[in-house]
Design a protein around this ligand. Structure first.
Ligand code: AMP
Ligand code: ZN
Length: 759
């Protein structure tokens, strides 16, 4: 620490001594970084925009004069207050998957059944490993020629964060391996023991630093540290249980691989056992649950994996989880608390979702203050068919409710205590108008959800659509998160996805706003004028809304470059525009998903992209399918995984004038990459359309279909002129006949197996 220099803040930049400059930069960093946090995280600016701008300019001027004094936490480089900036990204060579969940013994039997069905094993008993599900965070360790060269977090499964330097400080992770394949990615869980967690929190509290809610948060917070020395000081541990890319097989079974990990020097969980069939799995689960409290570290369930790696390979993967594994979760943690208020949130598709605001309560180590209430019926105490749930007890503001949470999912409310219901409590009246835009909110036949009918006029729907658009599985625009989207929307810099791509131009031209303040007010105050004013005031850094002052600030914001807006700097603004530019080229599947059409999720978007290949083909087909009859409609429905509901939703979106125009404006800005079929070099059936019919004897239909798709073929349920190949088993009837009439090639199962052999 340098000595205190009095009055440095009053000295002109040109006259500062080096020591004064150092002090001044420290002071400015403290003020500005604090202002950023207040602005972005608390939505409560502490200094005016003008003050902020002046301080930021002064900071930049000092840095220009004394470049070597620029601080690592310089406010010039800060975007919002996201702390995770700073880790490089790593694309996993082999995706990191999550796990499907089971909550009951029936789920486990169903899992085992589905595996035997898929593989066509009949009553054969399948062996499974049972491993404790460690509650930490997963880490992928890459060894080349036996040396640890990279460590990455899971991230979204495809891209994680490079935490190599941090992982190197964990004592249980070997830096060198003996007898390992040339390339080996070992995966496992980083965690913290209960004892270490308690000691850490005590030390943190003694130093006046923040404590962690639970060992998992502590482990994650300790690993993801920009300062490696902090990670080194934290007692992290590791268990190995899986692998990614490998240059040669590690064994024939899960157990053999775990044994190899142990020989190489990795900790492998000692409670791992082999179970023959579901009875043994269920019994083992009970034993682990009984020991849970004595283990000394957190586990949240038991993971079962098909032991035979050949079978694992045949079972393959769903979009985000392996078909050969499942996590049997422990029952949820619960706590009683007071329901203070029920709020309604409006989603992307207009759904009105009730949220319970709770008196904060700790549930399984995490403080919970919000819980979902699902829908109108759930609050009223009945299910979708009108049958009573919770014995018909409704939920009211003021009630005592039982909150539960399982894993990372949103907390839910399980029950209500009528004996503690206050006298004033009245049944909850679910709104029939959208609280955001005042439009009528209706329930369609058979829908449990009430939806705002405002469509494009509903600001909540527009903002949620934008948030979805920039989200990770969609356009994934770095620097444009939920908070920025809300701000940009309020300031009318971005009203719909297409506007994101014209923002840089408007920023350069000094005219970012697409509407005037009054137009914005008119647009967002249909629900409640008071809320609208309050929101704008907050966005403009005002304590209370004053029309003239707001108009002045609104205009100033529009003309001031983004790089000089609160929370932004030269670098972060440039980064944002670069990130947006990078996304002008976008894979078709991401684009389809990003449109946010109801019922069209990530998996469906992939299917649609693979089926139609290009945007032009997709768009033409969906437009032509509007009649809901004819070949394009039939083709849409023939895609395995696309049903009536999804198909209707798609064609409706493309038929609605406003929505369609908005999509067209967007696509005009983009270069859409054609769908990349899976790597099928050497596949004899890539790009072909195959129909399976009759009984297959050596492979189930499900497996045949998965294999064919993995090899780049399309599997269809019906034979047409577009069919390339029919695989017919015994008992094949009309489909084989039709194929013969159309002159489509027909082969039997043996020929099919030969065809895909070795692939
Ligand atoms: P989830 O995130 O709930 O889908 O669960 C998947 C996560 O469980 C993985 O990403 C791992 O971090 C974690 N996990 C803990 N123990 C195991 C285990 N023995 N096998 C596989 N995954 C595990
Ligand atoms: Zn609305």
């Amino acid at each position: 620490m340098g000595q205190q220099v009095a009055g440095a803040e009053q000295v002109d930049v040109d006259e500062l001594t080096e020591e004064q400059a150092r002090q001044e930069l420290a002071r400015l960093a403290a003020i500005l970084n604090r202002a950023n946090r207040a602005y972005y995280q608390l939505d409560a600016p502490e200094i005016t925009d003008a003050e902020y701008d002046a301080l930021k300019l002064r900071n930049a001027a000092i840095e220009a004069r004394f470049p070597h004094l620029k601080r690592p936490d310089s406010p010039s480089d800060v975007v919002g207050a996201a702390p995770a900036e700073g880790f490089a990204k790593v694309t996993h060579q082999v995706r990191m998957y999550s796990l499907a969940n089971a909550f009951s013994s029936e789920d486990i039997r169903e899992f085992d059944d589905s595996i035997r069905r898929f593989l066509g094993l009949g009553d054969t008993v399948v062996d499974y490993t049972a491993e404790p599900k460690i509650d930490g965070l997963s880490l992928s360790l890459r060894y080349e020629a036996g040396r640890l060269v990279q460590a990455a977090t899971r991230g979204d499964g495809e891209v994680g964060e490079n935490v190599t330097a941090n992982a190197m400080t964990i004592g249980e992770i070997p830096h060198r391996l003996e007898g390992a394949p040339a390339l080996l990615e070992v995966r496992g869980e980083v965690y913290m023991s209960h004892a270490d967690f308690a000691a850490l929190n005590e030390a943190q509290a003694a130093r006046g630093e923040k404590t962690f809610a639970n060992p998992r948060n502590a482990a994650a917070g300790s690993l993801r540290q920009l300062d490696v020395e902090v990670t080194r000081s934290r007692p992290l541990k590791f268990f190995a249980y899986a692998w990614g890319a490998v240059s040669e097989p590690l064994g024939r079974t899960q157990m053999e691989v775990l044994e190899r990990f142990r020989e190489m020097g990795f900790p492998v969980n000692p409670l791992t056992v082999l179970c023959r069939g579901p009875d043994e799995m269920i019994a083992h689960y009970a034993r682990i649950e009984a020991q849970r409290a004595m283990l000394g570290y957190d586990i949240d369930g038991v993971v079962y994996k098909v032991n035979d790696l050949g079978l694992q390979h045949r079972l393959g993967y769903r979009s985000t989880s392996p078909r050969w594994a499942i996590a049997h979760k422990f029952p949820a943690e619960t706590a009683w608390t007071r329901l203070e208020k029920i709020d309604i949130q409006v989603g992307r598709t207009g759904a009105l979702s009730p949220v319970a605001r709770l008196t904060p309560v700790t549930v399984g180590g995490v403080v919970v203050s919000n819980a979902t209430l699902h829908n109108e019926d759930y609050i009223a105490g009945r299910d979708a068919s009108g049958n009573p749930i919770r014995g018909g007890r409704d939920i009211r503001e003021g009630d005592w409710v039982k909150v539960y949470r399982a894993g990372d999912v949103i907390p839910k409310i399980a029950d209500v205590d009528l004996s503690r219901r206050p006298e004033w409590a009245v049944p909850y009246a679910f709104p029939t108008r959208c609280p955001e835009c005042g439009s009528e909110a209706i329930r369609e036949e058979g829908d449990s959800v009430r939806r705002c009918t405002g469509g494009v006029i509903c600001p909540a729907q527009a903002v949620e659509k934008l948030k979805h658009f920039v989200s990770r599985p969609a356009f994934d625009i770095e620097g444009l998160g939920a908070r920025q989207v809300e701000q940009f929307y309020l300031l009318s810099w971005v009203r719909e996805p297409a506007d994101i791509f014209t923002l840089a131009g408007r920023d350069r031209a000094g005219a970012k706003a697409l509407l005037t303040l009054d137009e914005v007010l008119a647009r967002i105050s249909r629900g409640s004028e008071e809320t609208a004013r309050a929101r704008l005031a907050a966005a403009l850094g005002m304590e209370a809304f004053d029309h003239d002052e707001a108009a002045r600030r609104f205009a100033a914001r529009s003309t001031t470059p983004l790089s000089r807006q609160p929370g932004w700097g030269e670098k972060s603004a440039a980064n944002l525009f670069a990130a947006i530019d990078e996304r002008r080229r976008i894979p078709l599947a991401r684009l389809i998903f990003a449109l946010g059409i109801r019922h069209v999720g990530e998996a469906a978007s992939n299917l649609l992209a693979l089926h139609y290949g290009t945007w032009e083909a997709f768009e033409a087909a969906i437009t032509a399918a509007q009649a809901r009859t004819g070949p394009e409609w039939e083709e849409l429905l023939s895609i395995d995984g696309v049903g009536q509901v999804m198909a209707s939703s798609l064609v409706t979106a493309f038929a609605q004038e406003h929505e369609r125009a908005s999509i067209d404006r967007l696509v005009a800005m983009l270069e859409v990459e054609a769908a990349q079929p899976p790597d099928t070099s050497g596949s004899p059936i890539a790009g072909k359309t195959i129909v399976f019919t009759g009984t297959l004897e050596r492979m189930t239909r499900a497996e045949a279909k998965v294999r064919a798709e993995a090899l780049g073929a399309k599997v269809s349920g019906s034979v047409s002129a577009k069919t390339d190949l029919v695989v017919a088993g015994p008992g094949a009837g009309s489909k084989a006949k039709k194929a013969r009439e159309l002159g489509v090639e027909i082969i039997d199962e043996d020929a099919w197996l030969k065809l895909i052999e070795g692939t």
